[in-house]
Design a protein around this ligand. Structure first.
Ligand SMILES: Nc1nc2c(c(=O)[nH]1)N[C@H]1C(S)=C(S)[C@@H](COP(=O)(O)OP(=O)(O)OC[C@H]3O[C@@H](n4cnc5c(N)ncnc54)[C@H](O)[C@@H]3O)O[C@H]1N2
Ligand code: MOO
Length: 407
């Protein structure tokens, strides 16, 4: 059956919490993505040193601060010459009159009066009758040497002062960085990037070795920060708390100390359920925050919660089940971090499923899949608590809820 989804582009006009009718399992998958995108606005641009601009998006054009090259220079080792030979030798740096030459190295400043560069291998130094050094062409010279302008890098031949070299909106790569340096720039203005604090919960979670029954090995600590970086944000080091309400309250209330810098978003794992050890919602309420999304009509990952604190910080509660958390992350963190980083929400493509997939009556099913010959195939081992299927997936299918039969 076809697995297709809604291409969610652009912002909706309203950016408020979608109130769900009683009995409905939360906003639809695409509504939830849009809410997560619309609730945040772009962080202000920041100035960063050149090397730190790699992978960032330029917020302001990079211009040539002067002509590039900024002086006429030699492209070869040899002699700067005026006219055709033979030439008498002048000291370096002097203006050359017709019939004069001076030695020059690659990159050297071409003296005024010079109209060409004669390469070392094309010239020959002899002494004239008066014992003065005389430069002549030798047998290795190419036909027509020296040609006017030959081997001279003209000032401004690469760029003129004020010219835009890299326009705003460019995703910076290493060559862009080198170009900005050549043009005399030290710091670049790039779009802001969200700082994300990570809070991992669960007293049963262990961080090394093989877990005993009742324990689980942490799947988030070793990978969540990398996924957040891939989504265009800057993660802090994961911070672990137990299951007490006090732990939650202090972690969510004081996450400035989690990153050394005030985070724009705090992502938590676990504790999104409604049992006695699940404190996300209570902590948000105690901190004066409001829920923007309380559950999404999707499976897995439906208990995900998105909230905003009075200081503007966003809190994203991911369910504890490992695959459920990743699906909630791509559904909600991707658009939220895109909005904060002044990026577009990633587009959703349409693909045909190569295998029968049962839609869920009321929720979008998110299923890691592989692609083969233009078709999507669900992977096996894709239960909410499993990571094995996702590890080999090429993408995720969003299978829309089953439509009600038309009467
Ligand atoms: N009575 C109900 N129980 C549950 C429901 C429900 O609707 N009614 N929903 C289930 C679904 S779906 C999910 S998802 C989970 C959500 O649970 P929480 O977000 O409260 O997470 P926890 O209970 O803390 O943990 C769930 C599960 O995940 C394991 N976990 C937690 N952290 C880690 C980690 N760092 N690495 C690996 N695994 C982790 C934890 O041990 C639990 O097994 O609720 C269901 N229950
Ligand atoms: O939706 Mo739970 O999030 O199935 O694992």
């Amino acid at each position: 059956m076809p697995a297709h989804e809604i291409a969610a582009n652009g912002r909706a006009s309203a950016s408020t919490l979608i109130r769900q009718p009683a009995g409905r399992p939360g906003p639809s998958w695409s509504e939830a993505r849009q809410i997560a995108f619309d609730c945040a606005s772009a962080l202000p641009p920041v100035g960063v040193p050149l090397a730190s601009s790699l992978g960032r998006t330029l917020a302001r054009d990079v211009i040539a601060r002067q002509n590039t090259p900024h002086y006429a220079s030699s492209a070869m080792d040899g002699w700067a010459v005026n006219g055709t030979g033979p030439w008498s030798l002048s000291p370096q740096g002097c203006t050359l009159s017709p019939g004069e030459a001076s030695t020059i190295a690659t990159g050297g400043l071409v003296p005024s009066g010079a109209d060409s560069i004669l390469r070392t291998e094309s010239g020959h130094l002899t002494h004239n009758a008066e014992g003065e050094l005389l430069l002549t062409l030798n047998d290795h010279g190419r036909h027509g040497e020296p040609l006017p302008g030959r081997h001279i890098r003209r000032a401004g031949e690469e760029a003129t002062a004020g010219e835009v070299l890299i326009p705003a909106g460019t995703l910076m790569n290493p060559a862009h960085i080198a170009l900005a340096a050549v043009a005399g720039n030290d710091e670049l203005q790039v779009h802001g990037r969200a700082m994300v604090a990570i809070v991992l919960t669960g007293a049963e979670v262990i961080t090394s070795g093989v877990p005993a029954p009742g324990q689980v090995r942490d799947t988030f600590g070793p990978q969540l920060a990398s996924v957040i970086s891939l989504l265009g944000a800057t993660p802090g080091s994961p911070f672990r708390i137990g299951d007490s309400y006090q732990d939650w309250l202090s972690a969510l209330g004081d996450s400035g100390s989690l990153t050394g810098q005030r985070p724009d978003v705090t992502i938590t794992t676990g504790g999104t359920g409604r049992s006695g050890t699940d404190h996300f919602r209570a902590a948000v309420a105690a901190l004066g925050g409001r829920l923007l999304l309380d559950g999404v009509a999707m499976r897995p990952g439906h208990p995900a919660v998105l909230a905003e604190l009075p200081d503007g910080r966003f809190l994203l509660g991911l369910p504890g089940n490992p695959l459920a958390a990743m699906m909630a992350l791509v559904t909600l963190a991707e658009p939220l971090l895109a909005a904060l980083g002044n990026m577009s929400m990633s587009a959703v493509g349409h693909v045909i499923s190569g295998a029968d997939v049962d839609p869920n009556p009321g929720r979008t099913r998110l299923i890691p899949c592989t692609f083969n010959q233009g078709l999507a195939f669900p992977v096996s081992h894709a239960g909410p608590g499993m990571m094995r299927g996702l590890a080999w997936a090429d993408g995720v299918m969003a299978v829309p809820p089953r439509r009600r039969p038309v009467r």
